[in-house]
Design a protein. Sequence first.
Length: 762
Amino acid sequence: MIKETLQKTAPVPAERLDFDFVVVGGGLAGCCAAIAAARHGLKTALVQDRAVLGGNASSEIRVAPFGAAAFHPYAHVTGIAGEVLDAERAMNHDKPFDGGANSLFDLAWYDACRREPNLTLIMNTSVRSVVMDGAAHVRAVLGVQLGTEKILEIHGKQFADCSGDGVVAYEAGAPYRIGPEAASEYGEMLAPEEASIETMGNSLLFRARDMGRPVPFEAPEWAAKYPTEESLALRDHRFVEGGYWWIEVGWPYDTIHQNEEIKHELMRHVLGVWDHIKNHCTIPGIRATAANYALDWFGAYPGKRESRRFFGDVVMTENDIRERRVWEDTVAFGGWFLDLHTTGGILAVGQAPEPSITYDKNGMPAYLKQHHRVTQLYGVPYRSLYCREIDNLFLGGRIISVSRVALGTTRVMETTAVMGEAVGVAAAICQANGLTPRGLAEDPKLVKALQQDLIKGGCFIPAFAHDDPADLALKATAAGTSEATLQWSSATEWVEMGAGVAELIPLNGRVNVVRLRVRNTADAAVRLTANLEQVGDVWTIEPGTVVAEAACTLAPGHDGWADFAFGVELSAGLYRLAVPGAAGVLVGQGTTVPTGTVRQFWKEGNPNWQPHPGHERIFVCAVEPAQRVYGAHQVIGGFTRPVVQPNLWVSDPAQALPQSLTLTWPSPVTANTVHLYLDNDVNRKYRDRGPFFRASQMAKDYVVEVRTADGQWQQVAVVRDNFQHRNVLHFASVTFDALRVNVIAAHGGPSARIYQVRVYAE
């Protein structure tokens, strides 16, 4: 054998790479920013310090994404985030839960990035410093790439810091905050009297699997000890398959510089909690359930909640969120509650890990959010998404310009994802117009262009409807082969009225009677009263404007309708049937939620109605005469989800598919592109989308045809096995006076359902 001696060479110089837009951080915010910019023509780099994409949601950390849909109806994300999450659900065999993410989740985001020809992925690269032009302009970021021994000098015209800890902004010298401001600074109810640097903690999750036979577990000696239920008081550990977010360690540790110490401390508690579940838990049934479960995975890299926050031209506060402030530059939405964890995490013995948690009637933790922590759906301003001190740096993820209380709601991943898409589109508009991020904010026309571009891409922006003058469909009229009326399914279960129940119902025209399915279990007659209130939108929880009142009497043993004879003529809008509770009266619930309706409860001591989001349950009602709220006219302009009216054409379910929607123009138009926005069940949150999920009401197979000058219908697009909300169809330019979408089949539903049709000459 010949042994060759290798002489040490001089250090390899940094390898230079050049891009239009550089995004640092491959979580959901960074991925959406990079994909959006690439789709808008920017040569984009996505720099990620891990081997996988997805950030806290990836298979490394496994926090299932949450957002506004957890607490609000019709709030599932659309746009790029919705597109990728829906694609992941459609191909993934596993259910989503904390601790449950697998490599297919990573693949969905990797695939979405790889599909973009303008996007370069630079993985396993930790950005450690920046190169500046003066004090306010980033020229490049410097990163070390694991495994290649390369130092990369990545140049860009603009940058987005989506790194979680704000490494680019920090290295560029931008000022920042850590921890809560004093209540006096912004006048926030939930802020402490004095400012501090205490932060929420980092977490490690775990996953366990059912092995089909008893599996013992012996914790290592160094694991934390939880011998009794009192030792885990206020920490719900009934779900043995995975979790828990409350295995969290923060203050007094520094969540950035002591991340490794936190990781080792968290490992003690993960194994200690699992030891408790397997060997010490006395909650009925838990140890028996856990007996066959083996610990399959636990995190090796902590998921972070909080570190630095940087400043934009607007610092969004708790008060802005409570007031549902309509910003002129709104570009995204949120709706998670004001979720501010106990800063000590699991080390804060005897304290709830999140202050909203109380005990249920069985003495176990119940996740009842205090009403002053519940948000409504709110908008996020563009001016919170760039750094005010650095003229070419956008902010994404949890480092955006918000107060610490507002961080409690904006930090969740679905919300950061839609903000990230706004950053990517804004970067493209800035470069097309030679502007800084602030320069865009100062131009009202370009702000509107940013909003309309996001809406066209499938995003939802509260209070801002589709208003794109290039859309030729705005000059057409729409008609369907049939049209559904507002109908509820039968009652399948019964609940007590409590302090009161309500239903938001889209109405349009004469309303003689609104009926509520009830049972009177009392021994005496019960008088029910009801108000019909007009409300602003499907996320309204405040009392509305009363337009009619009615009452009825239920005989003992009554099992049927409670009829409220309102007898009013109503303009098209959203109305609340509000019924105060009565002892002994049960309300029937159904499992099919008519699109545009929402159930609500009243709780004593709460100034507002309690929203009950989701697709699972609705109070069973009936309206006479039948309400025609699913007309074809709604597919032109407007919104692509329920807001006031459903904004959705639905064919008559009694008439079999295929069913068609036709747009007709007064004179011929020439076009080559159609955008369809279809029903992917925005009332069902991500965590309720099971293995291989496809929304049953989604148009699966359809054909698009146009009517040419000779009166003949010409086929321009055929789509099979669709499961996506937004479909963009390109075809050779053609002149026509009518366009028809023929829905052949859905994924199980009986109707054709279309939110919006757009037509362009692109």
